[in-house]
Design a binder for this molecule. Structure first.
Ligand code: AMP
Ligand code: GLY
Length: 421
């Protein structure tokens, strides 16, 4: 088979490495890919948002399967375009990807189908939002831009003033563009967070092994929210008992709710959960693999990923038995100094070979470029250094051993991955 993976981050690198293990795969292309991906796949210079460009390339090269990994092209209907051209694609169509791209949609869906989530109100008028904040007067309170905002459109306001400025930034200053035409203001929940990714063909749903993301930039969960600074799998808070509650009250009802709305979801559905004192609740849905969740979940997958993808597309997922390795995995993200705010690009990275040689470790590239025989930084999150071990501690030890061998000016990584709640 010839497979084209759309995207350019660490998640896409992890997907490509897993696809490469399949005996069914002859050739992998990445659009646009990155420096590290170019070692594992042929990178083609087509942007991840270029629906027609991707479809044209897929036709020309007789691609058997296109894996659309990032949120924006899914929300923009890349899978619809590919299907229209008769090209097989993995990922939800636009009317199902809306479960991620509109928080107003997902909150209203959960309310309508009684899926546990934080209490909330929706506003399209900043004055009304402020009025509500004043009346509600409970802090912290969570203010969310409706649309996609690179994981940064959520503000946890600790007092009245912060809540009012969050509304202003999102709705009036348009910090996240049109994503902020509407806001969701919701109740602040507490408890450990769990990410559960699941394959679904719209009929059945198969959860993958659980994981935990570390979203804040600095140790002890301080600093700004980022796309994710590191992950572990499994998530120690996700017990079998919690998993069963999630299946009954969240996972299956979500698949059924999307069907009832004529928005059948096929692909990877990501449940961002919080295990609150009142039980598990949904914080957010994503319509795709998480980044860097994919970097710890996929290395644990034993079953051929191509077989699973084909079963999802052909709606026979229930017939497949998906096997996972027991070994835990950990991923430490090495980021550019300054991320998630401004950072420099084009800084040389050394020690990648040494890091990659740590037994059990894999270096996934997120924001790198390969020029003149050198790897250079080319993004906020640069590398996802991942390892498996017999225990989580062993996985973490190996990942950090590999991280210590890799150097670039200004490199920043968290030292407490796997250690915080
Ligand atoms: P989201 O993009 O919706 O996943 O939100 C980003 C992060 O903000 C989450 O991972 C949580 O840590 C935090 N968060 C979002 N909503 C809430 C909430 N209702 N209560 C507490 N924390 C939240
Ligand atoms: N790591 C969180 C996300 O992919 O949205």
């Amino acid at each position: 088979m010839k497979i084209l993976v759309v995207g350019s981050g660490g998640r896409e690198h992890a997907i490509i490495r897993k696809l490469k293990e399949s005996p069914k795969v002859d050739k992998i292309y990445a659009a646009p890919g990155n420096g590290g991906i170019s070692r594992d796949a042929e990178c083609v210079d087509i942007g991840a948002m270029d629906k027609e460009g991707i479809a044209k390339f897929a036709k020309e090269k007789e691609i058997d399967l296109v894996f659309v990994a990032p949120d924006d092209p899914l929300a923009d209907g890349m899978v619809d375009t590919l299907n229209y051209h008769g090209i097989r694609a993995f990922g939800p169509v636009a009317n199902a990807a809306v479960i991620e791209s509109s928080k107003v949609f997902s909150k209203n869906l959960m309310k309508k189908y009684h899926i546990p989530t934080a209490e909330y109100e929706v506003f399209d008028d900043p004055a009304k939002a402020v009025e509500y904040i004043e009346k509600n007067d409970k802090y912290p309170v969570v203010v969310k831009a409706d649309g996609l905002a690179l994981g940064k459109g959520v503000i946890i306001a600790k007092d009245h003033q912060e809540a009012v400025s969050a509304v202003k930034e999102i709705m009036e200053d348009k910090k996240f563009g049109d994503s902020g035409n509407n806001v969701v203001i919701e109740e602040f929940l507490t408890g450990p967070e769990v990410s559960v990714l699941a394959f679904t063909d719209g009929i059945s749903l198969k959860p993958m092994v659980s994981s935990k993301d570390h979203k804040r930039a600095y140790d002890n969960d301080e600093g700004l929210n980022t796309g994710g600074m590191g992950t572990i799998s499994p998530n120690p808070y996700y017990t079998d008992e919690i998993a069963e509650i999630c299946r009954k009250t969240i996972f299956e009802p979500t698949v059924a709710a999307m069907n009832s709305e004529n928005r059948t979801f096929k692909g990877c559905l990501y449940f961002g959960l919080m295990i609150t004192p009142d039980g598990p609740k949904v914080i957010e849905y994503n319509a795709r693999f998480g980044d860097p969740e994919a970097q710890v979940v996929l290395p644990r997958l034993e079953t051929d990923l191509v077989d699973i993808i084909e079963a999802v597309i052909d709606e026979r997922l229930s017939m497949i038995d998906i096997k996972w390795k027991d070994e835990p995995a950990a991923c430490v993200v090495m980021a550019s100094g300054g991320y998630p705010l401004a950072y420099k690009k084009g800084i040389e990275i050394t020690g990648l070979d040494e890091g990659g040689q740590v037994e059990g470790a894999t270096v996934y590239h997120a924001g790198t470029k390969y020029t003149d025989g050198k790897f250079l930084t080319n993004g906020g999150r640069v590398l996802g250094v991942t390892a498996r071990g017999k225990t989580l501690d062993e996985a973490l030890e190996k990942a950090y051993l590999a991280v210590e061998k890799i150097k670039f000016d200004g490199a920043h990584f968290r030292k407490d991955i796997g250690k915080t709640k």
